[in-house]
Design a protein around this ligand. Sequence first.
Ligand code: EPZ
Length: 420
Amino acid sequence: MEKLIIEGGYRLKGTVAVSGAKNAALPIMAATLLTDDTCIIKNVPALRDIDTMVKILQALDVKAERNGQNFIIRGTCSRVKAPYELVNTMRASVCVLGPLLAKKKVAEVSFPGGCVIGPRPIDLHLKGLEMLGADIKIKSGYILAKADKLTGTKIYLGGHFGSSVLATANTMMAATLAEGVTVIENAACEPEIVDLANFLISMGAKIAGQSTPTIRIKGVKKLHGTTHNVIPDRVEAGTYMLSGAITKGDVFVKNARAEHLMALIDKLRECRVELYERKDGISIVGKKGKIKPTTVTTLPYPGFPTDMQAQMMSFLCLADGISVITEKIYTERFIHVSELSRMGARIFLEGPNAIVNGVKKLSGAEVMASDLRASAALVLAGLVASGKTSIHRIYHLDRGYENLDRKLSGVGARIWREKE
Ligand code: EPZ
C-alpha cells in the first residue's frame, strides 16, 4: 500500500490538463453491450474504476483492450452475470443491468452493497426497468431481471432528493432497444448523461431531450458500432481549479468546460477568486486577499455537485468567517470532516449541514482517505497546510484521479508517494 506525502505552502503555477470523465466513461463502456459491433471509446482515463469495468465486460465475455487513452471494445456478450466480487468494488457496475436486459433479455447482476458516502439504494433503477416490462427478483444477493420484450412507456424517475444519474442511464440504455417510445420524466441532466445519450445516438439510438428533465427515446431494432470521445472530467477540473484557488496560485486548467462548472465558478467568484473562462480551459489567478465565506448546497446538476463538496469544504476552511455547506444528495457524506479537523479545521456538523468556521491556517498531519472525493479534499488541504501531510489509503484517489500527484507536481506542488 502507498501513502501520499505533501509538503504544503507552495503556490501552484502552470498548466494542468484534465483527463476524460470517469463518470461518463463508465456507463458508456457498459452501453457497448447493446451492440455486437466494435466500439472505439477515446479519452478514457487510466483509473482503477475503469479497470473494474473492463473486468466486468470480460466477465460477460466481451473484449476490452486499451490503446493509450482509447478503448476498443468488441464481441458479443455471451454471459449475463456480473459477479459480486466486481460489483462489490464499484457501484457503477450496476450500469450493465439495463444494457444486458435490453440486449440479452436477461441479466444477473450482484446487488450493490453499502458505501462509505451513505446509503445508495437502487430502487429507481429497478423501477425504470420494471416499467419497461422487466420481471425483477432479488435472489441470493443478485438482481435477476428478465423480459421477453421491453415496451416504451412514460416513466417518472424521481425520489425525495430529485433525479438519479445512473438510474436515468440504466433506463435510457434499456429503452433504446424497447418497442415504441419511452419518456423519462425527472431525468438527470448531468453532462455525463448527455455524453451517454450522444454516444447512444452515434450507435443509431433515437434520443431527444438529453440535458433536460424529459428525455424521449424511440426504440430501434438494433444499434451499431461507433467511435466516441469522452467529455473532460468536470470534478477533476473543479479539483484543480480549487488547487489554484487554495494556494493563491496561477493555474490554467486545460480542457475544463465552463458550461459544466457553472455552480462552482459562481461560488468561487462569490468567494473573490479571480477566474477566467478561456476557449480551451479555465484560468485561476490567485490573489493575496482573504477568501469570502459563503453557503453551498449540493443539488442535482446544474446545482453544486456533491462530488465537489469535500474539496470546497477544504477551501472554505480558510475563509474569513463562517460558511455553511448543506449536503442534499448524500446527507452523510462528511467523513472528511474529522480528518480536516486533524489539520486544524473548525467544522461542526448538524445533520446534513456543516458549519465551517474559517481558520487562518491549516497544519500538516497524518490523515486517512475514506473515499475518492474526501481524498481529494485532503490533498487540497495538504497543499496549503504548513509542514508535511501524509495521506493514507490513497487507493481511493487512484479510483478517480488520473496521475493526480504527477499533475500537481507539474504545477509546482511538493507531492510524492511512499510505501506504507
Ligand atoms: C452518480 O452516482 C455518480 N457516480 C456519483 O459519483 C455522484 O456522487 C452521484 O451520481 C450524484 O451526482 C457515477 O456516475 C458512476 P444518484 P449515482 O443515483 O448515479 C438517491 C464519485 O465520487 N437514489 O444520482 O449512483 C441516492 O441515494 C461518485 O465519482 C435513490 O434513492 O447517484 C442519492 O441520494 C460517487 N434511489 C440520490 O438519489 C435510487 O435508485 C442521487 O444519487 C438511486 C439513487
